[in-house]
Every structure is written in structure tokens, then in C-alpha cells.
Design a protein around this ligand. Structure first.
Ligand code: HDD
Length: 714
């Protein structure tokens, strides 16, 4: 284990049975034969042809030729970690799931975060939804919660999923663009799918460009069912709220991070766990008694709707902690196979038609991705409890089942393995009464497409609304067909007329009034009856939907760049560094070069970066270290462009910048000198308690409310 603070975990212990360590070992073939020359192939004479009999060369090259597997059809780019789920408050009243019943119980988990559209090697900072998939290794078998960082989805029925994915993926003729929704086919589809408009509001918001996986919410999205010991049913929505708050970067910053460090989120997760700054989320549930199913002005089965927290509060009942990096990316993060159909007793599906389709797709995709129905035997996918059934054989079977019998009923095997009674933990589906006709259609209760899109937009702060508008303008400006831009603007007009008008102006189209939202209508329905109603949301504005209301009191794991050069005042540096580190922040020294920096008192600081090897977008906040000589050196001919680029970019991206003693010349030479108002994230030695002011500004994340001023230097 890398970190002594990492607590033991049953799943990690189980994985240890499958790990190997090459330390102090001799090189062997896959058959265990020791190899004495790994440099040269077997030849007829030194300059002659290689021999077919060279089984060592053949084995090595054959294995290499086959070492790739298909990437995930969606969510290909991802990063994962091990951890623990702890139940703080029993949900026994609602569910018989054991991992949710016993207060204090800890369950090992593996969590994989992902982007959706890009390939496995694409940038982490794409504007995209993020996957948030959790495998709980419970005592009753594996339970998978395969959710996202956004609580709703683009479409209402799984029938449209391949269309959605084909539309957003690179276009089929030229495979452009990678990991981006800003192109014709995506917006063509969206413009014809009014049901997607609520999700579009989220996907165009800053939620789609998170600062870190550790600063995202997680949602189960669908409504699920809880079933308790008495068989009573409650509907449930799952929530994960990050203890560090929900934070995002600026779009300009996201595009730059993609160039400077396309592994930004992967690295951030890895380093935080490695440093012992274990990411944590509060786990909460919204619970609705079965008899209240129809009390809402939307359908609980419609995955394009959320339940406002004002209508059903989220009860916080658990903690999710990630505390161990994988040993091997491929074996764990790549081979993990999630499936919303991996259930435990006490949790069941609803008839949400998107969820119902997912129940087919996930096993099916693992068959082509992992290559065999035995994917459950791959170590990361194994349940902690033993597997006993009569399934047999198949590619790469690992388990050696003893005895003659692989059928049931049997007498030869004494009838084993036995069916489990419900009282012994046997799973039984909720006995829901179904009484109706077979029909290929959409429920009328699914037809309101705009009221919750309005709710989301209305709940945003002014800077968030501005960002959302800018994102729509950016995306639609990449659409080459004016009619598509016009249709999207027509859809926006159903949500907010001003938003539609501004976007229309910027993308060069008129706001036309759409008569009938197209798409998602049963072929034989009367379109007039299915028109999305002009409807206001039941809740007008919801605090939980705006990141402006998130937690803003922590600087733990924030990366603070200390920019310095020779002559820096060591005492000031050390004092601030110790205050920041005491609160869990990470200080990294940046200098003109990687050469050690000599401070005024002879202290030597080792730079981690030079002004040219990194960029301000890789830091949460900057400290221009005290000292006239250091400041002069940072402004010499060599360093000045780098220093000012750092400061000006951080300023533009609304970050906290602290000008230490005697760094006025840097202040004056930078865009910060143009500031007109009292900006709490620009700290100088004139501030009363400047160190504390800096810490507060970092915790606040960004001063988005000063973005206009900061982006208009005189
Ligand atoms: Fe899905 C992967 C989340 C709808 C079909 N999905 C996948 C992953 C996440 C989600 C997080 C990555 C899991 C991992 O890390 O391995 N998907 C969602 C959410 C949805 C959703 C929150 C809607 C609420 N998905 C959805 C539908 C279908 C699929 C409607 C098909 C009918 N999803 C898949 C898939 C993937 C997948 C093709 C690709 C790789 C995999 O399953 O293992 O089966």
C-alpha cells in the first residue's frame, strides 16, 4: 500500500491474490521458462533470417499484437480508485439491502469517473457529462450504481440512445471532432429532440467542465425502488455531494488545460489519493412513498426530470471515500464492468424506459469489450461472496467447479446449489402489478420538456447564466448549417426569450417560433395533443442547482503556485507555506528555470516547475513571493513574458492572486493594475491580514462576479 493511512479493505485483500511483483525476479516466458537473452531473436547466423522456431520471439510478439481490447462504446476515457462506503444512518425502514441497513457498516467500492463522448486517449477537460459509476462489493453480491454528475438525461427512452451517441460522436465521414459536442450532427439531433433541452441546460453549464472529479456531484439519475423487509415500496433518488464543494473551471481555461495537461483530472485524482487527501462525498437519498408516485407535476419515471430538493429533501445517510489508487490501470479501471442490473435484495428498478433499455445494454457490451461471458471472473469484477451456479465453460473460464453436475434440479449433486429462500437473502423482484396493453408509444406524462429546463436556468447565478449562454454561442457557432442553429434557438425560446435572442444574434439567425417540437412522438398520435405545454415549473428556483451555493470553506488539496526567483524572502515564503499546508493545500514552487532558487537568508528552494514548463491553468491560486530582488528577477528580460502571462491568465480566470511584499512592480506591469473595484481575490501586503485573506479567497474558488471586469483590461 502506498499510503499508510489507507485503511484495509476486503476487496483490495481479495485482489492481492492476483497481483504479482517483478522485484528481484528473473525474466520468464508465459510458461515460466527463464529467458537468458531478451535482446536478440534466434537467427541462422548473426546476419541471417530469423527462425520460425523462436518461440520466445513469437510469444512476445503475439501477446503484444493482441494487447488492446475495444474501448467502451461510450465513457471510454475514465479514471478510477478504490474506497469505502460507510453508512451513517440506517435505511432499514425503507430497504432490506444489508449495506444500507446497519449503521456504521463499511462496504468496499471501486469508482470510475469518465467523460462520455471522447475516445480513451481524449482530453479530460472536454465539455461533456461525467460518468460516476460505483461498484459496491457488498456481502450480498455486487451492487452497481452507474450514474452521472448531472441528475437528468438527454432522452427518455433507450430506443434513442444509439441515435444520441451516433450524433455526438465524431462524424462518420471524417471522424471529426474528437471529444466535442460542438458540431453539426449533435445539434441537428438536439434541435429535433425537445426532450433533451433540460439536459442541454446542464451540459452547457459549468457542470460540464469540472475543476476535479473530486469536486463533482454524483447522481443515480433514474428513480429506483427500495423494498423493505415487509415488502413495502418507496421510490428513491440517489445523490453524492462532494465535501470539497462543486467547482468548475472557466471554458477558456478548460481549452488551455487540454493542451497543457490533457490528463488533468486523472492526475488530480491520483495525486490527491497518493497525498492522503482522500476525496469524500456525502451520500443522500430522496425518498418518496409508493402512494405519492403521482403527486408530482412530472413523471417519476421520466429521466429528463429531477425532484427539486425543496419538494423532497435529500436525507444524508452515508459517506463515500476514495482512499487507494489502483495497482494496474488496465486490470482494474479498464476491465471493471458496470451494469445497472447488478442488484442486491432491497433495491429494484422502476419502469423508466431509459433504465429498462440499459438493463440489456451493459452485459451485452461487456461481451464484445471483454470478450467472454466469464467477465465476472476478472479479479476487479469478482464479488466478495462466493459464486455458485450451473453456468459453465466459455472463453477464459477461471473457476474449476468440482463434481458431475451442472444442472438443476439434480439428485446426483444432492440438489446443490440450492435456490435461496427470501429469508436467506434470495433476491425476488418487486411483485409490481402490471395490467395493460402492449404498446410502442410515449406516455403523455412525459411530454413537458421545458419547465424543468426553465427551473435550471432560473436557479443559476448571473455568472453561471453568462457561462451557459457563452457555451451555447460557442457550440452553435461551430454548426455549419443555419437551419440547425435556428431550430436550437427556437427550442431555447421555450425556456428563456432573452437567452434565445442573445444566442440568435451571436450565431447569425432569427428567433423563429417553432410550432410543434418534433421528435419523440408516436407515429399514430395526434401531434397537437402531444405538444409540450407552456408550463411553469412547480418549484420556481432551486438552490441546489446552482454551484454558487456550494461549500466554499476548504482549501484542502488546492494547488498553489509560489512564483519566485533568487533573492526571495524566505521567512515570508515559509510562513505562508506552513499556513497553507496546515489546511491541506499543496504548494508548488515555480521559477524562471528549474535551477535551485537562493533566498535572502541562504535557504534554497527547489522549483517543481519553470515558467515555461507549466501554466497558470494548472494552479488554483498564485503567490508572487515577497522580495524586491526576486520581483526584479521575475521581470528581467528572460522571465517577464512568462511571469506576466501567469498573472494575467490567472486574473482572467478569476483566481486568487497574492502579491507579497515588494512585488508592486509585477502588480503594476500586469492587468491586475487595471482593477477598479475592491476585488477580494487580489491580495496585497496592504490587506489587513493578507495571509488569511488569501486563504479565504482560495476557499471561495473563483470571483466569477468580477469576471467582466477582469476580462476588460484598460
Ligand atoms: Fe450508460 C457506460 C451512465 C444511459 C449504455 N453509462 C456507462 C458508464 C456510465 C454510464 C457512468 C461508464 C461505466 C464505466 O465507467 O465503465 N448511461 C449512464 C447514465 C445513463 C446511461 C447515467 C442514463 C441515465 N447507457 C445509457 C443507455 C444505454 C447505455 C440508455 C443503452 C441503452 N452505457 C451503455 C453501454 C456502456 C455504458 C454501452 C459503455 C461501456 C459500458 O456500458 O460498460 O452499455
Amino acid at each position: 500500500m502506498k499510503d499508510p493511512k489507507t485503511p484495509p479493505n476486503e476487496k483490495v485483500d481479495q485482489l492481492q491474490n492476483h497481483t504479482t511483483d517483478n522485484a528481484d525476479q528473473k525474466l520468464t516466458t508465459n510458461q515460466g521458462l527463464k529467458i537468458n537473452n531478451n535482446q536478440d531473436s534466434l537467427k541462422a547466423e548473426e546476419r541471417g533470417p530469423s527462425l520460425l522456431e523462436d518461440f520466445i520471439l513469437r510469444e512476445k510478439i503475439t501477446h503484444f499484437d493482441h494487447e488492446r481490447i475495444p474501448e467502451r462504446i461510450v465513457h471510454a476515457r475514465g479514471s478510477g480508485a478504490h474506497g469505502t462506503f460507510k453508512l451513517n444512518k440506517s435505511l432499514k425502514e425503507f430497504t432490506k439491502a444489508k449495506f444500507l441497513s446497519e449503521e456504521g457498516k463499511e462496504t468496499p467500492v471501486f469508482v470510475r469517473f469518465s467523460t462520455v463522448a471522447g475516445s480513451a486517449g481524449s482530453t479530460d477537460l472536454a465539455r461533456d457529462v461525467r460518468g460516476f459509476a460505483i461498484k459496491f462489493y457488498t456481502e450480498e453480491g455486487n451492487y452497481d450504481l452507474v450514474g452521472n454528475n448531472i441528475p437528468v438525461f438527454f432522452i427518455q427512452d433507450a430506443m434513442k440512445f444509439p441515435d444520441l451517441v451516433h450524433a455526438v460522436k465524431p462524424e462518420p465521414d471524417n471522424a471529426i471532432p474528437q471529444a466535442a459536442s460542438a458540431h453539426d450532427t449533435f445539434w441537428d439531433f438536439i434541435s429535433l429532440m425537445p426532450e433533451s433541452m433540460h439536459m442541454i441546460m446542464w451540459a452547457m453549464s459549468d457542470r460540464a467542465i469540472p475543476r476535479s472529479f473530486r469536486m463533482m456531484e454524483g447522481f443515480g439519475v433514474h428513480t429506483f425502488k427500495f423494498i423493505n423487509d415487509e415488502g413495502a415500496v418507496h421510490f428513491v433518488k440517489f445523490h453524492f455531494k462532494p465535501k470539497l464543494g462543486v467547482h468548475s473551471v472557466a471554458w477558456d481555461e478548460a481549452t488551455k488545460i487540454s493542451g497543457k495537461d490533457s490528463d488533468f483530472h486523472r492526475r488530480d485524482l491520483w495525486e490527491a489519493i497518493d497525498n492522503g487527501a482522500f476525496p469524500e462525498w456525502d451520500f443522500g437519498v430522496q425518498i418518496i412513498p409508493e402512494e405519492d408516485e403521482h403527486k408530482f407535476d412530472f413523471d417519476l419515471l421520466d429521466p429528463t426530470k429531477l425532484i427539486p430538493e425543496e419538494e423532497v429533501p435529500v436525507q444524508m445517510v452515508g459517506t463515500l471515500t476514495l482512499n487507494r489508487n489502483p495497482d494496474n490501470f488496465f486490470a482494474e479501471t479498464e476491465q471493471i464492468a458496470f451494469h445497472p442490473g447488478h442488484l442486491v435484495p432491497g433495491i429494484d428498478f422502476t419502469n423508466d424506459p431509459l433504465l429498462q433499455g440499459r438493463l440489456f445494454s451493459y452485459t451485452d457490451t461487456q461481451l464484445s469489450r471483454l470478450g467472454s461471458p466469464n467477465f465476472h471472473e476478472i479479479p476487479i469484477n469478482r464479488s466478495l461472496n462466493e459464486v455458485h451456479n450451473n453456468q459453465r465453460d466459455g472463453h477464459m473460464r477461471q473457476q474449476i467447479v468440482k463434481g458431475k453436475v451442472s444442472y438443476e434440479p439434480n439428485s446426483i449433486g444432492g440438489g446443490c446449489p440450492f435456490q435461496a429462500m427470501m429469508k436467506d437473502g434470495g433476491f425476488s423482484s418487486h411483485n409490481e402489478r402490471i395490467d395493460g396493453k402492449k404498446i410502442r408509444a410515449r406516455s403523455e406524462s412525459f411530454v413537458d420538456h421545458y419547465s424543468q429546463a426553465k427551473l435550471f436556468f432560473n436557479s443559476q447565478s448571473a455568472p453561471e447564466k453568462q457561462h451557459l449562454q457563452n457555451a451555447l454561442i460557442f457550440e452553435l457557432s461551430k454548426v455549419t448549417i443555419p437551419a440547425i442553429r435556428e431550430r436550437v434557438v427556437g427550442q431555447l425560446a421555450f425556456i428563456n426569450k432573452d437567452l434565445a435572442a442573445t444566442v440568435a444574434k451571436k450565431v447569425g439567425v432569427k428567433v423563429v417560433e417553432l410550432k410543434q417540437p418534433n421528435g419523440s412522438i408516436p407515429a399514430d398520435a395526434d401531434p397537437a395533443t402531444l405538444q409540450s405545454p407552456e408550463k411553469e415549473p412547480s418549484t420556481k428556483s432551486s438552490e441546489a442547482l446552482s454551484m454558487a451555493n456550494t461549500v466554499k470553506d476548504k482549501i484542502e488539496s488546492r494547488i498553489i503556485g509560489f512564483i519566485m526567483e533568487n533573492g526571495v524572502k524566505a521567512a515570508d515564503v515559509k510562513s505562508l507555506q506552513s499556513k497553507l499546508e496546515a489546511k491541506g493545500a499543496v504548494v508548488q514552487v515555480i521559477a524562471g528555470s528549474l535551477a535551485p532558487v537562493k533566498a535572502d537568508d541562504g535557504t534554497v528552494f527547489e522549483p517543481k516547475h519553470s515558467l515555461t514548463s507549466t501554466a497558470s491553468v494548472c494552479f488554483d491560486a498564485l503567490y508572487l513571493c515577497s522580495g524586491k530582488q526576486s520581483s526584479d528577477n521575475l521581470l528581467n528580460e528572460d522571465n517577464k513574458p512568462g511571469t506576466l502571462l501567469f498573472v494575467n491568465e490567472a486574473y482572467k480566470h478569476c483566481k486568487a492572486i497574492y502579491f507579497g511584499n515588494e512585488t508592486d512592480e509585477i502588480f503594476k506591469a500586469s492587468h491586475v493594475n487595471d482593477k477598479k473595484h475592491d476585488d477580494p481575490a487580489i491580495i496585497t501586503s496592504d490587506n489587513k491580514d493578507s495571509d488569511a485573506a488569501f486563504i479565504k479567497a482560495i476557499a471561495n474558488h473563483r470571483v466569477w462576479e468580477f469576471e467582466k471586469e477582469r476580462n476588460n483590461p484598460a
